[in-house]
Design a protein around this ligand. Structure first.
Ligand SMILES: [Zn+2]
Length: 249
């Protein structure tokens, strides 16, 4: 496995020479850290004051909607005000220049879309999208809810359209992600240790089907063992550097 930028560029250019690149980027919490989005279980950030299991299961939700909605309203406020960072922007440029087709993200913060990226698969949902627990109607929040818990006009309670701890991931989306993983010839893993299934499985599927794997992450992760290249460091610094070298060499 290589760990230098030159080798990374070589892999991508070689694929490009052969024809169209069929790549996807897999992202997670690490890419949004520089946009001040705390991770669920991070050491810092406002979500630390809540017990994750107490706010992220549907049973807890139904038992104490006011407490849980207070938690989510803070999260929605934070995320609505967050701005994409150079890592998100670099991925958009990779897409624009034909170096990647899809983004599969475990993040629920819309920052890829805010950065102008297309074809983003949000496999864990989106916190600013809400849905009624009774009639299933969906809405997008542009500001945090004023009443807690927020109610739908049908009388049902509204909830963010995110996947809670013990809930099933959206089938259609997951099938699409697996399909993308199977057909890919290149995978960028950015800012995630991707320990949670199915995100964890996707790179292995791609590798089995002959794809090259490039990782940009602060520290080594389990996927390093199947990687062709691993670039250590903050992805908001390493990705722009990589992009610049790729486009200007
Ligand atoms: Zn409703």
């Amino acid at each position: 496995m290589n760990s230098d930028m030159e080798s990374c560029i070589k892999i991508v250019k070689e694929l490009k020479r052969k024809g169209t690149i069929n790549a996807y980027v897999l992202t997670g919490a690490g890419i949004s850290r520089a946009s001040n989005i705390p991770t669920f279980r991070g050491e810092d950030g406002l979500w630390e004051k809540y017990n994750f299991e107490e706010v992220a299961t549907i049973d807890a939700w139904l038992k104490n909607p006011t407490k849980i909605w207070t938690f989510y309203a803070e999260g929605i406020d934070l995320i609505l005000n967050a701005k994409p960072n150079p890592a998100h922007e670099s991925i958009t440029k990779l897409q624009d220049h034909g170096f990647c087709k899809y983004i599969i993200t475990q993040n629920i913060d819309s920052l890829h879309q805010k950065a102008g990226s297309k074809d983003v698969l949000e496999i864990h949902g989106n916190i600013t999208r809400i849905r009624c627990m009774k009639c299933n109607e969906k809405q997008i929040y542009t500001e945090p809810p004023k009443e807690i818990p927020p109610m739908c006009k049908c009388g049902g309670m509204l909830r963010p359209d995110v996947v809670l701890f013990n809930e099933q991931l959206p089938h259609e989306l997951i099938n699409k992600a697996f399909d993308i993983a199977k057909k890919a010839d290149l995978v960028f893993i950015v800012g995630t240790s991707a320990e949670v299934v199915p995100a964890a499985t996707l790179p292995y599927i791609s590798k089995k089907n002959g794809a090259k794997i490039i990782i940009f992450n602060k520290e080594k992760t389990e996927h390093v063992q199947i990687a062709d290249c691993f670039i250590a460091g903050k992805c908001e610094e390493s990705l722009p550097k990589f992009l610049n070298m790729l486009l200007n060499q």
